[in-house]
Design a protein around this ligand. Sequence first.
Ligand code: F6P
Length: 342
Amino acid sequence: MKIGILTSGGDCPGLNAVIRGAVLKGDQQFEDEFIGYRDGWRGVIDDDWMTLPRRRVRGIGRIGGTILGTSRSNPFADGEDGAEIVRRQMEDNDIDGIIAIGGDGTLFTANRLFESGIPVIGVPKTVDNDLDATDYTFGFNTAVEIATESLDRLRITGDSHHRCMVAEVMGRSVGWIALHSGMAAGAHVICLPEFPLTLDEICTYVTSAFKRGRAPLVVVAEGFVPADAPEGFIDYELDEFGRPRFGGIAEVLAPLIEQRLGIESRATVLGHIQRGGEPTGYDRVLATRLGTAALDLAHQGGFGRMVALRGTDIVDVPLTEAIDSVKRVPESRWREAEVLFG
Ligand code: F6P
């Protein structure tokens, strides 16, 4: 077979390991040929790609980012006949199928293409871990490790100065990174979009930690808004879904805590540092398994499906399962974290 691979949406540690997994499997067992589209769907639209021989993927599994580049473009933008654009490009290059590695937007596009007859297979990716169709997404573990290490560092400087440290982690609509890194670092308050605390509750936990002689650590997901946020509380830029475009909630919370409690406070926005690292061992293995499984699926003709982790097994599910199914932090996980608060 001749397979086109692309990485689309925000980058994520482990993307290269997926590419490598698919190419190695195809080279070793099927004598497949691969091309990699540059910058996601943009490369398909603009006929911009590179060949992916086995030697090109040597050693990339442990490198963060994506050797193919990525973008958030999609072939249906501006009312274009996206399926026709992709079909023509595949015909011109004799491509038998596309492996699209991406988050909800990419998988949505992949499914739309499949419904128009394009042979596409999805591989789920997001540091946010917010895709319900798979138990974990690669990249999430790496992001949690980076965030945890950063939180440990913030605790040290916070302790020295007897300050409240407010750290913002990624997660526009879900709080998985905040929950895991906050628990790992022993945060005194974790603020998730799913279970919005009030400003009073946050201040109560901060006060209680401070009174015990601790430097309060507040971990906040970028999509968090306090339950009692007054009108105009958020004045930072929102995207088309009403989510903060660049984060900023920590910078709102820290001065507010200082003002209300008289405890000196500092904000840190971890931002893209969480996405830029080399993948952890866990993410390298998961990503490699997903890459090889995607290639197998292509040979079985399993187009319109997505590979996924269920328990410890890699399975495949219809792409439609990946769409409109955000995995939010469930209440049971929130209750487990709550014991750390204050
Ligand atoms: O969806 C993954 C994610 O990292 C979010 O957590 C974050 O809000 C967003 O992407 C950032 O996107 P961009 O890289 O386009 O600024």
